[in-house]
Write a new protein. Sequence first.
Length: 138
Amino acid sequence: MSKKLLDATPSDATPQNSAAGAPPSQYVPKPTKVYLSEKDVKAEVKKILDSLPHCWWYMPVQAGYGEQGIPDFVGCIAGKFFAIETKYGKNTLSPWQDRQRAGIVASKGFHFVVHEKNIVTIAHAMQFISEAENVSSS
């Protein structure tokens, strides 16, 4: 499993694109970027999560022996639990993934479905969650 722990903004972080009002260290993908597969979407989500301060995340290994439907990314940002399921094209959540999403949301966690058309919004959503004092997923 890949584990990332960022206690502060990396000193060598050089953003490729900064959104208006976003901290200079936060990575925000260009809206015109072309994604060719779910692998490309996952790579972009990794860049976003790595650029956020106080963000811990990992990608659970899907080996067939564990729980089905676990999201592609699971983590905590500024004390708030989140999960991200990445998709490409017309992919939708499977019944198992939808059950996991419902459980996460019922537990007051944040669940996002990210695909090539909405990937820019995840950067802004994660920044909002990390800065908000009393934000709730419900």
